[in-house]
Design a protein around this ligand. Sequence first.
Ligand code: CMP
Length: 153
Amino acid sequence: MERTFVMFKPDCLERALLGRILARFEEKGLRLVAMKMLRVTPALAKQHYAEHVEKPFYPGLEEFITASPVVATIFAGPEVIRVVREMLGATSGLKAAAGTIRGDYSASRQMNLVHASDSPESAAREIGIYFKPDEIQSWDPSLACWLQAPGEA
Ligand code: CMP
């Protein structure tokens, strides 16, 4: 089953939206397989956002992402990388469609509440940055047989 890295950012925790947004992923039927609360350091921010370090918005992004705790998670499911990205909507909350998480809760390019991997390569890299293998659960929820037909997972 495919896995993706999903991080609930400082604005999500500061605005007390963690439970509400996490519930959307649970209600969709995605499987939570890892979760931890941590503070992103400037060094960790540079590692995570390596592709953005030279961009004009990076200093603001680092200040934002290190300002308060985050909750790092891994979700598993069929095509879960694409499914989560579509649930989040466009990067900017100003452009994200209504009905998506950012479309419903964000009015900012930077403070867009949740980060999610954009490809299998990013997912593997980001999961490796935030989690050790023994922090990732392998489990079959008892309701799994009502979430996907046999062979779909
Ligand atoms: P994320 O999906 O975590 O990936 C990179 C982050 O940089 C993005 O969400 C936003 O938080 C931030 N970001 C992207 N583009 C901009 C921008 N134009 N201005 C400010 N922040 C941005």
